[in-house]
Design a protein around this ligand. Structure first.
Ligand SMILES: [Zn+2]
Length: 495
């Protein structure tokens, strides 16, 4: 169960957010002052740009903190407990794409999220046995922790496209496919695998390429690392811990499928069948009832409470047949993992039923309009913010920079206000106690965020965007358990 933000009075939240607002103002003020001193002639940032960037940053911080406080507050506990019960207390992880097309409410803190380009984790070959493992120390640590859970673990690796065309969708997958086809892939450069992949490549369209990548790279790395942790604990290896999932950004539904197998389990089909089924029952909420409210930060608790009950009803109705289909697709999954996967797909169907997106695919989120960017080598700002953004966690600053170039491409295409600076949060996470006591752990997190921040500022391309007023860089420290933004450190001083 995720840790809670202990019951703190509203006044304290208000004070904390005011502090963050002051820190943001001070940081941005100092930053542009220093920048102007150094490069007076090149700077094309107006005071209005700075003001707009500050205003936008503060409103994102306040919204993100509000969401995280609700999701980790006491009132939300019954929802989390019900979700844990329905998913058999199996630990669940979700690896999604940097362009963050999955609506975050669909996954409450019961699922740990990680984001990389095209839903791919950076991997490396372990020198001792040449097996692929995740490259990020934070991800490795996370896997080691879930191994301790007696009920088991499953990771869903989500790739995405439009439902109408498997060639249409993920910008990051397009870039990675191009890199692999030309023999150059930063994602795989540490593994020497790019060439092996070209020769073994077997796909018909972009989504299938992405699914293939998830299976042969990311899922393998998760399986290998999980099993080596089990070995340390003298426990038996498991056949599989990661399952690739195909997510459709217009229906917001998931399909569990396997390359080369025509069968699939679709949450959209389930939502539509549930619609017909529930019509025959009295006192039920109607299909699409939440279409315009599902992302309101004022209704998070109510929405999640209703969703978990719909999820339970869908599981009750369709559990047997979903399990049977899963056995056919992935016979190696353990019973607990099957239960968690049934929960995952039913939860998604419940969301599509409540919003009506299973049928009405023309909504704000089908046309991706990212509002800001967030990059980290650990947890990042905005992981559960309901507004669209691009977000990623990388294993090191170099990889984070690679991710950033993909994000900027997506932002360029879709940014809502092209004349205002785009906000980029540069983040690291921190243990709350380390933050409060300002101990060595605090210094370390500060060092990590500074390192990433410097890397970005020192990059000519990004620095140029800053000078032109197209990009505003904001450092942030995020709580590693409840994701509350704890500090906007004034890194302008190290410029
Ligand atoms: Zn993508």
């Amino acid at each position: 169960m995720p840790e809670r933000i202990c019951t703190r009075p509203q006044s304290e939240f208000k004070k904390h957010d005011q502090r963050l607002q002051d820190q943001t103002q001070k940081y941005l003020g100092d930053f542009y002052l220093k920048l102007a001193r150094k490069n007076a002639r090149e700077i094309k940032v107006s005071p209005q740009d700075i003001q707009e960037a500050c205003h936008e940053t503060v409103s994102i911080i306040k919204r993100d903190n509000k969401v995280n406080r609700i999701l980790h507050g006491n009132e939300f506990q019954p929802v989390l407990e019900r979700e844990a019960e329905l998913s058999g207390n199996v630990k669940m992880g979700l690896l999604g794409c940097v362009d963050d097309r999955r609506f975050p409410h669909i996954t409450t803190p019961i699922v740990s999220k990680w984001q990389g380009p095209a839903g791919a984790a950076e991997v490396k070959k372990r020198p001792s046995d040449d097996l692929l493992i995740p490259r990020s120390p934070i991800l490795q640590q996370g896997i080691f922790e879930v191994v301790q859970n007696p009920n088991g673990f499953i990771e869903f690796i989500e790739i995405h496209s439009q439902s109408s065309s498997r060639e249409n969708g993920c910008a990051a997958a397009t870039i990675i496919r191009g890199q692999i086809e030309s023999g150059k892939s930063p994602l795989l450069s540490q593994t020497g695998m790019a060439r092996e992949l070209i020769t073994g490549l077997d796909y018909e369209n972009l989504a299938d390429f992405n699914l293939y990548l998830s299976e042969v790279i990311t899922a393998q790395a998760f399986n290998n690392y999980y099993n080596s942790c089990l070995e340390i604990l003298n426990r038996k290896a498991v056949p599989r811990v990661a399952v690739p999932v195909h997510y459709y950004t217009d229906t917001m539904g998931s399909v569990i499928r396997k390359l080369g197998n025509p069968n699939q389990i679709s949450s959209t089909d389930l939502a539509m069948r549930f619609k017909d089924f529930i019509l025959q029952r009295p006192k039920s909420g109607y299909f699409g009832e939440w279409r315009y409210q599902f992302n309101s930060t004022d209704h998070i608790l109510e929405f999640a409470g209703r969703k978990v009950e719909y999820t339970a009803a869908i599981i009750e109705q369709y559990q047997g047949e979903i399990e049977e289909q899963l056995h056919e697709l992935y016979p190696e999954l353990l019973q607990g993992q099957i239960k968690a996967t049934v929960f995952y797909i039913a939860n998604n169907a419940a969301f599509q039923y409540m919003t009506g997106f299973a049928l009405n695919t023309n909504h704000e989120y089908s046309n991706h309009r990212p509002e800001y960017m967030s990059v980290s080598t650990a947890e990042a700002v905005g992981q559960r913010d309901p507004r669209p953004k691009v977000i990623s966690s990388a294993s090191n600053p170099e990889a984070a920079l690679e991710n950033l170039s993909i994000k900027l491409l997506v932002m360029d295409r879709h940014h809502k206000n092209p004349s205002a600076p785009k906000i980029l949060f540069v983040c690291h996470s921190i243990d709350r106690r380390d933050f409060e006591t300002r101990n060595k752990g605090y210094m370390r997190s500060m060092q990590m965020v500074s390192e990433l921040y410097n890397k970005i500022i020192e990059n000519e391309e990004y620095c140029d965007l800053v000078k032109k007023g197209k990009l505003a860089i904001v450092p942030a420290l995020v709580c590693d358990t409840d994701r509350e933004i704890l500090e906007i450190p004034n890194l302008a001083r190290i410029l």
